[in-house]
Design a binder for this molecule. Structure first.
Ligand code: UT7
Length: 321
């Protein structure tokens, strides 16, 4: 049987950290006390003018390739989870493929599942690899959400940041990704959205992130707890065998609640949102890479990742490192 294993991780945060006090200085009606208490976020990073998701995704990809000891030309699949692509088309994945100098014509495409985009990409790549059709995939989560934030809406603008993370997934005879579960319920589309488009050369609708924070909060706590148990059941392993939870980094209180439902102490939960805020599809691979590079996640350990985002989308994966 063919399995799919993560053999390298990488991440990239653009520019310097921007603190909560920096946002106050820029005119946002908030305070460091409010943001840290309600969310756990202390700093975030923003791209400079002209910097795009493909550019920061490329940096994360190069670091993941280095960590995996692979060349870009070894890849036969590229998937980018992003809700902030460079263009309507071509895909961000096509731009990353070109920037990596891959001329083989390997498959490359984007996945739009908002904050669950990296998780969706990983689950898709796992299926390509397990089918035997592909051997080595690059999966990126990359976002420049700062471009879609309304700086007059303090309920959202303090939450989001820019960044990118990536993993290399390879065919192996040893188990790696043990189980995945993906879900969407489009009937909740209005609680978190950027409900706009470009039509006849004009932006139509509302081009900013809009969120009913409390509705998203309640939804997230419920589905993340449920899907964590679902993926444990699918893998047929005991909950106690999980060494680390690497959750979507949106709100510390949501993360604490999921850990409680899983019976995991916070010492086994990777939290990086204090440093980069909510980076949507980039948040899980950013946190994962940080934990691998700091020596927290070690070979042989079992990791659960899980996400929830606009759509609403959500899911989880159980991974042996
Ligand atoms: O990546 C997708 C997943 N997204 C999420 O997981 C986000 C989920 N939701 C949340 O994390 C929380 O709902 C928020 C952090 C967004 C908001 O926290 P909350 O405890 O639900 O606050 P709230 O929206 O109920 O607002 C409470 C108060 C309001 O003032 P009043 O009406 O009580 O006087 C807001 O106007 O806090 C006020 N407020 C702020 N005050 C200072 C809202 N935003 C801010 C702010 N600074 N940035």
């Amino acid at each position: 049987m063919i399995h799919a294993r993560i053999i390298g991780t990488g991440s990239y945060l653009p520019g310097n950290p921007v603190t909560n006090d920096d946002l106050v200085a820029r005119g946002v009606e908030t305070s460091d006390e409010w943001v840290t208490t309600r969310t756990g976020i202390r700093t975030r990073h923003f791209v400079a003018k002209g910097v795009t998701s493909s550019m920061i995704g490329l940096e994360a990809a190069k670091r993941a390739l280095d960590a995996a000891g692979c060349k870009a030309t070894d890849l036969d699949l590229i998937i980018v989870g992003t809700t902030t692509p460079d263009y309507v088309f071509p895909s961000t994945a096509a731009l990353v493929q070109d920037a990596l100098g891959i001329k083989s014509g390997c498959a490359a495409f984007d996945v739009q599942a908002v904050c669950s985009g990296f998780l969706y990409g990983l689950a898709i790549a796992e299926k390509f690899i397990k089918s035997g059709s592909h051997k080595r995939a690059l999966i990126i989560g990359s976002e420049v959400l700062s471009r879609f934030v309304d700086w007059k809406d303090r309920g959202t603008c303090v939450l989001f940041g820019d960044g990118a993370g990536a993993v290399i997934l390879e065919a192996s005879d040893k188990p790696g990704i043990r189980a995945t579960a993906l879900h969407t319920d489009g009937s909740h589309q209005s609680i978190l959205s950027v409900a706009s488009n470009v039509t006849d050369g004009v932006v139509t609708g509302d081009p900013f992130v809009r969120m009913d924070g409390q509705a998203v909060y309640k939804f997230a706590v419920k589905v993340l707890g449920d899907v964590a148990q679902e993926v444990v059941d699918l893998a047929g392993v005991p909950r106690e065998s999980i060494d680390w939870l690497v959750p979507h980094q949106a709100n510390l209180r949501i993360i604490q609640s999921t850990a409680r439902r899983l019976g995991l102490p916070m010492e086994k939960v990777i939290v990086t949102l204090d440093r980069h805020g909510n980076t949507s599809a980039a948040s899980i691979p950013l946190a994962l890479d940080g934990a691998v590079r700091s020596g927290q996640i070690r070979p042989g350990q079992r990791v659960m990742i899980e996400a929830v985002g606009g759509g609403m989308t959500w899911g989880a994966a159980l991974i042996d490192f």
